[in-house]
Design a protein around this ligand. Structure first.
Ligand code: ITT
Length: 177
C-alpha cells in the first residue's frame, strides 16, 4: 500500500486506477516556488517522507503552452485558481499555434530510502472552447486526437496521460526490483 499525498481527488482516482492499492492522504506539503516540477517534487517528497511512516508518493504536474513560452508551467495551480480555463482561452485568442504539453513528475520514497522520481508527458492542443465534464483542472481545454481529456473516461486518460505514464513507470519499477 502506498500513501499518495495530494489534495486533488482527481489525481488520486487516476492513481488508484493504475496502482489499486493506494490511499489518499491530504496532509499537505510545501510547494516551493521553483523553476521546475522536479525541484517542487524533490522538496516535497522529503517533507512527506518525514510525515508518514510507509511508502509515500507525491506528484506535481503542469501545463506548458508552446506559444506562451511554457506558461503557466510551474504556475499552473495559481493560474488555474485565478484566471482559470476562460482566462487561458482569452490569452490564446487569435493565436494559431495551439500546441501544449502536460508534464508530470512523481516522487516516491520508503522509510530509509532515497526518493526516486518518474516523469511523464502528454502532447496536445488547446481548444477554442471548453468541452466535456470529466477530469479536472485544464482537462476541458486540452485536446488529443479531437477529444478533450474531459471527454475521456479515467481509464482512457490513464492510457495516454502524463500522470498515467509517470505512475506506470513507478509501477514497473516496483515490480522489477
Ligand atoms: P496537489 O495537492 O497534488 O498538489 P494540485 O491540484 O495542486 O494537487 P498540481 O500542483 O500538480 O496539483 O497541479 C497544478 C495545476 O494543474 C492544478 O490547477 C491542476 O488542476 C492542474 N492539473 C494538474 N494535472 C492535471 C491534469 O491531469 N489535467 C488537467 N489539469 C491538471
Amino acid at each position: 500500500m502506498i500513501y499518495f499525498v495530494t489534495g486533488n481527488r482527481g489525481k488520486f482516482e487516476e492513481a488508484k486506477g493504475i496502482l489499486g492499492d493506494v490511499e489518499q492522504r491530504n496532509v499537505g506539503y510545501t510547494e516551493i516556488q521553483a523553476d521546475s516540477l522536479e525541484e517542487v517534487a524533490a522538496f516535497g517528497i522529503e517533507e512527506v517522507k518525514e510525515k508518514l511512516d510507509g511508502p509515500v508518493m507525491i506528484e506535481d504536474a503542469g501545463l506548458f503552452i508552446e506559444s506562451l513560452k511554457g506558461f503557466p508551467g510551474v504556475y499552473s495551480a495559481y493560474i488555474f485558481d485565478t484566471i482559470g480555463n476562460e482566462g487561458i482561452l482569452r490569452l490564446m485568442d487569435g493565436i494559431e499555434d495551439r500546441r501544449a504539453v502536460f508534464r508530470s513528475v512523481l516522487g516516491y520514497a520508503e522509510p530509509g530510502m532515497e526518493p526516486i522520481f518518474f516523469r511523464g508527458e502528454l502532447e496536445g492542443e488547446i481548444t477554442a472552447e471548453p468541452r466535456g465534464s470529466g477530469g479536472f483542472g485544464y482537462d476541458p481545454i486540452f485536446e488529443v486526437g479531437g477529444k478533450t481529456i474531459a471527454e475521456m473516461e479515467i481509464a482512457e486518460k490513464n492510457e495516454i496521460s502524463h500522470r498515467g505514464a509517470s505512475i506506470c513507470a513507478l509501477e514497473r519499477w516496483l515490480a522489477s526490483r
